[in-house]
Each structure stands twice: as C-alpha cells, then as structure tokens.
Design a protein around this ligand. Structure first.
Ligand SMILES: Cc1cc2nc3c(=O)[nH]c(=O)nc-3n(C[C@H](O)[C@H](O)[C@H](O)COP(=O)(O)OP(=O)(O)OC[C@H]3O[C@@H](n4cnc5c(N)ncnc54)[C@H](O)[C@@H]3O)c2cc1C
Length: 301
C-alpha cells in the first residue's frame, strides 16, 4: 500500500510530501505514530488535484492545521494527511474586511490586524492554531468566538468545487462547526473595525498575560481537553475530584489548569487517552457529569 502511495504521489504535486511522517512532530502535544503520507500542497490548484485523486482512489484523508487540538494515536494514521500551512496562507485586506486562507497561523492574522489598527481579534491572541483549524473548532477565548467576527467562509467540496457560504448559513456551536464530511475550509472573511493601535495592543497584552498565568505553556499540550459542561468549567470539576497533578506515565493533569493534560517529555498517545478516559469516568461517577471532549483523537486504534 505504502509503495503504491509513493508511486501515485510522484509527479502529482510540487509541494512537499513525507512518508511515515512522525506525527508527534506535527502536533502541539507531541505524541503519536506515523502518518502514511503527509502532503503539503503548494496552492489551491494542487489541493484540488489531491482531493480529486483521493476521491477517485478512495483514500481516506484528514486535513491538518497546526495540530494544536489533535491527539494522534501511537499506531499512526492510515491514508493521507493534507496540511495547508505551507501553500494556502495568504492574507488580504479590503477596507475593514480581512480575508485569510486556512493554513495561515491565527497569530499571523491577529498580528496583521494589530498592524492595520483593526480591532475584533484580540481575544484570539495566543491560540496556537491556524485560521482553518480555528474555524473548524469555532475557537474562542474570554467570551468571544471566531464566528462572532466572521462574514463568510469558502470551502472546497469533495469533488474539488469551490463554494462560499455566508455566516448565516453555517452551523456553528460551542467549539464546533457542522460541515458535510470531506469539505475543506479554504478561507474566512472577517469583519473588523477601525480602532486605536495602542488600545488594541494593550488588550492583546492583557489577554496574553492572563493566558500565561492560567495555562501551562511550559509543557506540550493540546489545550483544553474537555468542553465546559453546562454545570461549570471542566477544570473546576477535575480539580474538585482531586486529579490535579495525577499522572499516567508521562501524561499529567496540569497543576496550573486541570483541564490541560501536559506531556512531561516522552508521553505516549495511549497514556494521554487513558488519562482522558480516567477523568471522564471519575467525573461521571463522582459528579454525575458527562464530559465531552474538545480535543480530537485520530488514528489507528
Ligand atoms: C496551549 C494551547 C492553548 C489553546 N488555547 C485555546 C483557546 O484559548 N481557545 C480555543 O478555542 N482553543 C485553544 N486551543 C486549541 C487549538 O489551538 C484550537 O482548537 C485551534 O483552533 C486548532 O487549530 P489547528 O490549526 O491546530 O487545528 P488542528 O488541531 O490541526 O485540527 C483541528 C480539527 O480541525 C480540522 N481542520 C483543520 N483545518 C481544517 C480545514 N482547513 N478544513 C477542514 N477542517 C480542518 C482538523 O481535521 C481537525 O479535526 C489551545 C491549544 C493549545 C495547545
């Protein structure tokens, strides 16, 4: 199978292609086995070629942003992983409307808006994902969600056709966006407002400081593991059942923020997943609350 991929891929795109790519190098929590084939299309046309190809050959595929909300299992991922961060990352400005491609780091979008004196994206400073990953997850912080400043999104459908949808036709939820399977986010258009640069910077600074105080940024993690249930913040419940600092191998519930699992160095995905399941069980047994995962787990069981 793998040899076939090599043959198929040669000549298909000019962008980089890696075989048996260790996914711990492409995820923020730094766990996970190899991806059979990791491809970096150089532009939207190459992406279209790939999408048509995987459809024809029935190859399973996954879009990867910065891997900051992703846990890849130790046995790795079969099929193709397509990463947009190298070739699909343009940013343009039209008045107060910014258009950003999916592979652009969200932080580059925030920095761009600061430079242009545009306000609206400050709460998202410090979120380590891409624009595409942020939209797919409806990323948010400090009471704001990315959808709040969104005007429209552009997608590539499974056959390679490109469609734009206004926000009113998109079904966002808390940390989610319901999309037809295999639609790829290509870009988002965001409506910002003119503001005073010093005030924008001041807000960004204060959000960054809060983030540094509250999040364990000195260890690899995948951000918040669970969504906050209606009963209150997930971290509060995890702390209440006494799991701060609880370890499975090299995976540990952070002392600083109980909804973060940190990798102490050489954690395996298996340890992170075991710890997540342990937390879910304990919170259910002791508090009667079913936690829902925010992080996504992919790969061979
Ligand atoms: C230290 C730390 C702090 C964090 N803080 C926050 C926070 O404050 N708020 C918050 O909401 N999140 C936070 N996160 C989580 C994470 O950064 C966000 O969810 C981010 O938006 C994920 O983007 P990504 O590019 O890394 O996506 P990935 O992890 O690469 O992918 C996430 C999901 O989106 C899908 N996806 C990615 N790109 C596309 C695309 N172009 N088209 C279709 N599907 C796509 C992937 O297939 C996957 O299912 C934090 C994470 C860390 C490590």
């Amino acid at each position: 199978m793998k040899r076939d991929y090599k043959k198929w891929v040669s000549g298909l795109i000019q962008g980089k292609v890696l075989f048996d790519a260790p996914m711990r190098q492409f995820t923020s929590i730094k766990v996970g086995g190899p991806a059979e084939c990791l491809l970096f299309p150089k532009d939207v046309d190459e992406l279209k070629k790939l999408i048509r190809f995987v459809r024809r050959k029935k190859i399973p595929f996954l879009i990867l942003g910065k891997g900051s909300n992703l846990i890849v299992r130790d046995k790795g991922v079969r099929g193709w992983i397509i990463n947009l961060t190298q070739g699909i990352k343009k940013i343009t400005l039209d008045g107060e409307v910014v258009e950003a491609e999916a592979g652009l780091p969200l932080q580059r979008l925030v920095q761009f808006s600061i430079r242009k004196g545009l306000t609206g994206l400050e709460p998202f400073s410090g979120i380590p994902g891409t624009v595409g990953g942020g939209l797919a997850m409806n990323a948010g912080a400090w009471g704001a969600e990315l959808k709040d400043v969104l005007l429209s999104m552009t997608f590539m459908k499974e056959g390679g056709e490109i469609v734009e949808r206004p926000r009113s036709r998109l079904r966002f939820s808390y940390r989610g966006l319901a999309l037809p399977p295999s639609w790829i986010i290509l870009k988002g258009r965001f409506r910002l407002k003119k503001g005073k640069k010093e005030e924008i910077l001041e807000r960004v600074k204060s959000y960054s400081e809060m983030r540094k105080r509250r999040q364990p940024l000195d260890y690899p993690s995948a951000g918040s593991v669970f969504k906050n249930p209606k009963e209150g913040p997930a971290g509060k419940w995890i702390e209440e059942v006494g799991l701060k600092g609880f370890r499975v191998g090299q995976a540990m519930v952070s002392h600083r923020h109980a909804n973060f699992i940190v990798n102490l160095g050489k954690a395996k995905a298996e340890e992170v997943i075991f710890l997540m399941e342990f937390i879910e069980k304990k919170i259910y047994e002791e508090k009667g609350i079913s936690l829902e995962r925010e992080v996504r787990v992919v790969g061979e069981p």
